[in-house]
Design a protein around this ligand. Structure first.
Ligand SMILES: [Cu+2]
Length: 715
């Protein structure tokens, strides 16, 4: 039976049923002074709590939750992973009107599923400030395990406001790598030897910048709102505790590990899976897992969630007594990770050809680490995953559960408890999606277009929909579909797991499929809130019932958001000012330099960005050299060449052509070299020393202004 049919059925019988009751919650969303780092700043909280209070209900109940908005800005609440009617989904403008300041809204919907979920604001990255909480749904027909249950919700925290974080990312793509000390300078490349050198040269040749796993440098990571906490055992004679794990972060992935031995995964994204034993588990943003962990009286065993870029962790100790620590997770070595390694890790090998008859138990080739194809078992769960020489090594485990997975980073081990095959009689619809982005300008998109430029993915009711997704970027993207579960197609055929959020790793691919058994409009987006905010969204619309219009896209993603960048350099002999203000495609810039005397040069330009590598511009130049002035109109294109060399090809109104090249080399975390040269024989080159991300010292030689020492500031 489809989810929607279940919803209607329950709605029909609910008034008569004796088990169903209305579970009511009353919440205030307000600001709260918080101190996670030693500094007091303003966060956002529900009923004064970060994370927000836990909500519990059971199948058959009606959940009624009222939110009073005490903020001076709008807010909204989304029920992540919950099957409900579209007008309760909480995406402002698309599904539910935002809650204006001073007003309230009551959500009311029947509970038709059980498991571990969460709820959060769907506005202005309010998750980052604290508006997220857990949602635990139980099924009265399924006996519990009688275990102590604890919910652990992971998050990332920065004292900066999300607006500030985004403005920083817009100023400089590696803004936070300086803070995180992950600047990928050449001294470190050389230190890592020939493989690192070849990786760097290969990636520059293909115009890929140095990679980093996470965009944002966080101040702390939290579990249930604390860097460290202890959860006492409720009784002395239990040997297991059920942990409901929720990644409620804004943009972080966590590798989680438990000090007391392997964890047994029993559910993913709220739904039961065949139990598997795992030592280290990667949880993408917005995913949930239920795991069983062994406990012992008198021991305080650490559950540790480490941000997967190695920049920090949060711990919760289960039980009281002698401390047992989880191992340190080694920091990933980005220098030894090539783009093609990423691809291997990323590809779940769903190279299915063009057949799609709805029978997903076809044999599928699986690529192992050495790049050879191997035939994966396709009949399902009896055949647990085989050894790979990747970081998912396995060893023989206990309890007849097969092997212990050393590090689970993708979905190949997940096997649904039940068949997840889609209705065989339905037609199939195929949608190709490329995950695209421009790290340099910090714009993220599907198929090269943000939500503002391309809004909808149209589907039909009672279709089986397959998204073939490939990631062309160097970042991980946790994709989330509202209001539906999708199958993440793996080698387990009809037992491929159902999820509501799934990661697509850098250069990797993923195939997801779902039964289009609903109506109207649902958001599909990257759950990294900074990627979402800069464009990586689509509205999945049921053709016959869609209420979507283009004005909504503009409301969901305020398009005309402009970000500025100013770089000022002053030395004893001259100064140089670079200013630009840009949105997704359009940019205005001004460059002025002068020695306050005989020479100056000013260029004002409008540029249109076609994609990552090319833009076109038109503008004017005013120049005075040794007393001789000239003004002219200019136009041309800018294009990024291999080895990440910038090129500008321009003509002026007298028909004169000029080519200018420029580039930069980072020697160490602080020291670098930049140069530019053009066919008019003008040049400038110099060394810079970064005192901080904003301040640097410069030693420059310029063809007009001569040599000098200066200071520059980025803001
Ligand atoms: Cu993303």
């Amino acid at each position: 039976m489809s989810a929607r049919a279940i919803v209607s059925l329950i709605m029909l019988y609910l008034p008569l049923s004796c088990f169903g009751e209305t579970v009511s919650y009353d919440f205030e969303i307000d600001s709260l002074q918080v101190n996670f780092t030693g500094k007091t700043v303003t966060g956002l909280a529900i009923n004064g709590q970060i994370p927000a209070p836990r909500i519990e209900a059971k199948v058959g109940d009606v959940l009624r939750a009222t939110f009073h908005n005490k903020l001076n800005t709008i807010t909204s609440v989304h029920w992540h992973g919950i099957l409900l009617s579209e007008d309760q989904d909480g995406v402002p403008y698309l599904n539910t009107q935002p809650i204006p300041p001073g007003e309230s809204f009551t959500f009311e919907f029947p509970i038709v599923q059980s498991g571990t979920y969460w709820y959060h604001s769907h506005n202005d990255i309010q998750i980052q400030r604290g508006v997220y909480g857990s949602l635990v749904l139980r099924d009265p027909d399924k006996p519990g395990r009688g275990l102590q249950e604890e919910t652990l919700i992971m998050s990332d925290w920065t004292d900066n406001t999300p607006d500030r974080v985004l403005a920083n990312l817009k100023k400089d793509d590696d803004y936070y790598s300086f803070k995180k000390n992950t600047v990928q300078s050449w001294d470190r490349v050389l230190k890592n030897g020939p493989v690192a050198i070849s990786n760097r040269l290969n990636s520059s040749a293909t115009r890929m910048g140095p990679m980093d796993l996470a965009d944002v440098g966080y101040d702390v990571f939290l579990l249930n709102g604390a860097v460290q906490s202890t959860i006492p055992l409720t009784s002395g004679d239990q040997d297991q505790v059920l942990l409901r794990l929720i990644n409620g972060s804004t943009s972080s992935y966590f590798d989680v590990e438990y000090a007391g031995g392997a964890m047994t995964i029993i559910a993913a994204d709220g739904l039961e899976v065949e139990p598997i034993l795992v030592k280290r588990l990667r949880i993408s943003t917005a995913e949930t897992y239920d795991v069983l962990v062994p406990v012992a009286a008198g021991q305080s065993r650490e559950f540790r969630a480490t941000s997967f870029d190695g920049s920090g962790y949060a711990s919760s100790f289960i039980g009281e007594g002698d401390k047992v620590y989880a191992p340190d997770i080694p920091e990933p070595n980005l220098f030894l990770m090539s783009h093609s390694d990423m691809e291997m890790e990323g590809n779940m090998g769903m190279d299915m050809g063009d057949e799609h008859d709805g029978n997903m138990s076809m044999p599928m080739p699986r690529e192992n680490h050495s790049g050879q194809h191997q035939q994966a078992a396709h009949e399902g769960h009896e055949d647990l995953p085989s050894h790979t020489d990747h970081d998912t090594h396995t060893e023989h485990g206990r309890d007849g559960m097969g092997e212990v997975i050393e590090h689970m980073t993708d979905y190949r081990y997940l096997v649904s408890k039940k068949s997840t095959a889609l209705p065989p009689a339905q037609n199939w619809r195929e949608v190709e999606l490329t995950l695209t982005g421009n790290m340099e300008r910090y714009v993220w998109s599907f198929n090269g277009k943000t939500l503002r430029e391309e809004n909808q993915i149209l589907i039909g009711a009672r279709e089986n929909v397959r998204f073939r997704i490939s990631n062309t970027t160097m970042m991980h993207h946790p994709l989330h579909l509202h209001g539906h579960f999708f199958r993440v197609v793996n080698q387990h055929g009809e037992r491929s797991p159902l999820k509501h959020t799934a990661n697509v790793p850098p250069m990797g691919s993923l195939v997801i499929e779902f039964n289009a058994d609903d109506e109207k409009d649902w958001l599909f987006h990257c759950h990294n809130q900074y990627h979402m905010k800069t464009g990586m969204n689509r509205v999945v619309s049921y053709q016959s019932s869609s209420l979507f219009d283009r004005a909504m896209a503009a409301a969901i993603l305020p398009g005309d958001r402009w970000y500025s960048r100013t770089d000022v350099m002053a030395s004893a002999d001259y100064f140089d000012l670079d200013y630009s203000i840009a949105e997704d495609r359009n940019e205005f810039s001004l460059e002025v330099d002068s020695d306050f005397d005989n020479n100056h040069e000013a260029v004002a330009k409008y540029s249109y960005h076609f994609g990552r590598f090319m833009s076109a511009f038109a503008g004017a130049e005013d120049k005075k050299h040794d007393g001789e002035s000239a003004s002219k109109a200019i136009a041309g294109i800018q294009y990024t060449l291999p080895m990440l060399i910038g090129s500008e090809w321009r003509v002026d109104d007298e028909g004169d052509f000029r080519l200018e090249l420029d580039s930069q080399l980072q020697f160490t975390r602080r020291i670098g070299f930049d140069w530019r040269w053009n066919t008019d024989e003008e040049y400038r080159y110099g060394l810079f020393y970064n005192i901080s991300k904003r301040w640097s010292l410069n030693l420059n030689k310029d063809s007009v202004y001569g040599a000098g020492v200066g200071m520059s500031f980025l803001f």
